[in-house]
Write a protein that binds this ligand. Structure first.
Ligand code: NAD
Length: 336
């Protein structure tokens, strides 16, 4: 049985991914290491607790000895690396942890994997010829777009927040481990995800929670900032494809061609709530504009044609279908 190390699997995307992977590949043994920061939530993993081929380890990816011991114990042949500090607002207030986890933690994992799998540059140990490191990253590394254009894998990096700068640094370290040592690394850069199990602090859970509580729904600036929204399960499918069929050393952009601005998102969620949980006034009356985030990127949009044409990936959901499932899930969470 193949042993795979998943990092940060108690977070939003990681927990969705572990369930997806266990259902799709029953012969894989998953070890999930997560520090359980404020963003890690073991209840996200309730559905996988019963699987015999799943193990949880509470730990920090920056803890070199722990990572080395896990590699010795499980002889991993794959790493799927989600663990990160992921909230831009937090990175503006206190960037330290972003550098520690996103930069040093990623370096630590890459370096231990290299030493465990390889004898020297481009020489893999016999039983690790296929071993692969999948690094999960974001489209935010490319900086911001104007009204036109899309991020391709060739777009120069221009990160603008401490979060995106730390992710860009980790992408470069991953890249260097392929080019210098020949480590089998694949990187994915994905647009904004949404769906069940996302932390309360993020935009869509915040809109739904505040709407349901009757609070003001805070929208930065004029609400015109655009993101390319992807339903989390579509991201999981892209990660699985990139891990199994991607080319070593390549990067793949993942995005669902669902550009929507923040005000549209808030209005759409309010309209759906007006239908499913009507009250005397529309939820839209709660939308209120607040002071913009410093350095707020205007627009992100992904050209996903490489992963579509080379690996056969395609998003199943558009924003309007995915958001309904998401709202149902959060209504149960917040009112259930
Ligand atoms: P999240 O914040 O929900 O989860 C991160 C997880 O990592 C948490 O469970 C946390 O406890 C864990 N973690 C943090 N520091 C750790 C450490 N030092 N050691 C071990 N575990 C640690 O994040 P997410 O939204 O699920 O994002 C997962 C990955 O996907 C990140 O690398 C992020 O940059 C990337 N990404 C996210 C999005 C998005 O829209 N959410 C989009 C593109 C890429």
């Amino acid at each position: 049985m193949k042993n795979i190390l998943v990092t940060g699997g108690a977070g939003f995307i990681g927990s969705n991914f572990i369930l997806f992977l266990l259902r799709k590949h029953p012969l894989i043994n998953i070890v999930n290491i997560d520090k359980l920061t404020y963003a890690g939530e073991l209840s996200n993993l309730k559905e996988v607790e019963g699987y015999k081929n799943y193990t949880f380890v509470k730990g920090d990816i920056c803890d070199r000895l722990l990572i080395e011991n896990l590699f010795k114990e499980y002889n991993f042949s794959g790493v799927i690396h989600f663990a990160a500090e992921s909230h831009v607002d937090n990175s503006i207030k206190s960037p330290n942890e972003f550098i520690n986890t996103n930069v040093l933690g990623t370096f630590n994992l890459l370096d231990v994997a290299k030493n465990h799998w390889m004898t020297s540059p481009n020489e893999f140990k016999k039983n690790h010829l296929e071993s692969r490191f999948l690094h999960i990253s974001t489209d935010e590394v490319y900086g911001t777009l104007g009204e036109e254009g899309l991020f391709t894998e060739q777009t120069p990096y221009a990160p603008n927040s401490p979060y995106s700068a730390s992710k860009a640094s980790s992408d470069f370290i991953a890249r260097s481990y392929f080019h210098t040592y020949g480590l089998n690394v694949v990187t994915t850069n994905c647009s904004n995800n949404y769906g069940p199990k996302q932390h309360d602090e993020k935009l869509i859970p915040t809109i739904i929670r505040k709407a349901l509580k009757g609070d003001n729904i805070p929208i930065y600036g004029d609400g015109k900032n655009i993101r390319d929204w992807l339903y989390v399960e579509d991201h999981c499918k892209g990660i699985d494809l990139a891990f199994n069929n991607g080319m070593a050393g390549e990067t793949y952009n993942i995005g669902g061609k669902n550009e929507r601005n923040n005000l549209y998102i808030a209005n759409t969620i309010c309209e759906i709530l007006d239908n499913v949980l009507p009250k005397s006034t529309s939820y839209k009356t709660q939308i209120s504009f607040v002071k913009d985030r410093p350095g707020h990127d205007y627009r992100y949009a992904i050209d996903a044609s490489k992963i579509e044409s080379e690996l056969g990936w395609k998003a199943q959901e558009n924003f309007e279908t995915g958001i309904r499932k998401t709202i149902d899930w959060y209504i149960k969470k917040y009112q259930g």
